[in-house]
Design a protein around this ligand. Structure first.
Ligand SMILES: [Zn+2]
Ligand SMILES: [Zn+2]
Length: 339
């Protein structure tokens, strides 16, 4: 079978791999795999792979093609892949927080070979059933950005009628807007272009702050103006530069929370007194639990969460999809598709 792998630092190639064995789990033939910023971090060396060649990709959906006799899955089942293979035994797994598992087996596309290949084998518990009205392409995106959005919205502890700023209108940001709207929040997007502002509005944002030449400098004042002088209850941070995080903290009302999801190589750089006087919280969110993926799939099936797809590429063109991501010309998500 074909796969797209890092063969050496910075070098992407289409390689041949043996067909997977179904001895250790359920075999899924991929039908769609999302192309995410994480893959760019691998290509650029920000995240080193465990070894070479390393198959990229941590988002995927497809059809079960083989399953052990005792599996709850059968051939032909449509599924989304939950990419974290957790231990299932530690305190965190037993309390539904497997995203912080103390002893994980690994994560597809991070330290286990990923979804940019024709087929993968995963444990029974790493699949989520897809209703007929959820497409493979949408499901692939739900398996990263959708579940991440559900997870961070839950961690924030949002309540009906509150206000959220969502900074960064990419694949995750558009899902966070939809999750917050579904939870009853009033949402303001922060976009770096008019076209992304339109996407934020389509996803349900009631207003959008479009960054000008002064970048994030003007954001706190704009946020206050759009919230009756108060500031927002939450700042969902998908960008993660020093400037954007600082602007986020200054855009909140008292007791507000910055929700850290996106990151760059830059540090958080703000004097503690700016947090202390307002009792501002900084919370963080990593990926999601399997239940968050199940919820994202349910929200999609109910029409409350949809995935915006920019361009579909065959597996062999994963590199082109990644270069478009680097050029910041992707609206929504690029997705690899199999016929
Ligand atoms: Zn992703
Ligand atoms: Zn565990």
């Amino acid at each position: 079978m074909k796969a797209v792998a890092l063969e050496a630092p910075g070098s992407l190639a289409v390689i041949e791999l043996p067909e997977p064995s179904d001895a250790v789990g359920v075999t899924v033939r991929l039908r769609a795999a999302g192309v995410c910023g994480t893959e760019l971090h691998f290509l650029d060396g920000m995240i080193p792979p465990p070894s070479f060649p390393f198959v990229l990709g941590h988002e995927g959906a497809g059809v079960v093609s083989a399953a052990p006799a005792d599996s709850r899955w059968k051939i032909g089942d449509r599924v989304a892949i939950y990419n974290l293979i957790s231990c299932g035994l530690c305190h965190w797994c037993r309390t539904g927080r497997e995203e912080v598992c103390a002893n994980p087996v690994g994560q597809l596309g991070f330290n286990l070979d990923g979804t940019f290949r024709d087929a993968v084998v995963v444990p029974d518990g790493n699949l989520v059933a897809l209703p007929d009205n959820v497409s493979f392409e949408e499901a692939a995106l739900l398996s990263c950005s959708g579940m991440t959005a559900v997870h961070v919205t839950r961690l924030a502890g949002v309540a009906l009628g509150e206000t959220a700023l969502v900074d960064g209108i990419g694949g995750v940001g558009l899902m966070v807007i939809q999750a917050c709207v579904a939870a009853g929040l009033s949402v303001i997007g922060i976009a770096d272009s008019e076209s992304k502002a339109d996407l934020a509005r389509q996803a349900g944002a009631r207003d959008v702050i479009v960054l000008g030449d002064d970048g994030y400098e003007a954001v706190p004042a704009a946020a206050k103006e759009l919230t009756g002088g108060e500031g927002a209850d939450y700042f969902f941070e998908l960008v993660g530069t020093s400037a954007s995080i600082t602007a986020g903290i200054r855009s909140l009302r008292r007791h507000g929370a910055v929700m850290m999801i996106g990151y760059t190589s830059e540090n958080i750089n703000i004097h503690p007194i700016e947090l202390i006087l307002s009792e501002t919280k900084i919370l963080s969110s990593v990926a999601a639990s399997r239940n968050d993926l199940e919820t994202a799939v349910a929200l999609c099936s109910q029409g409350k969460m949809s995935a915006l797809i920019d361009t579909r590429y065959p597996l062999e063109e994963a590199g082109i999809a990644l270069e478009r991501l680097r050029a910041r010309t992707v609206h929504g998500r690029n997705v690899l598709v199999w016929e």
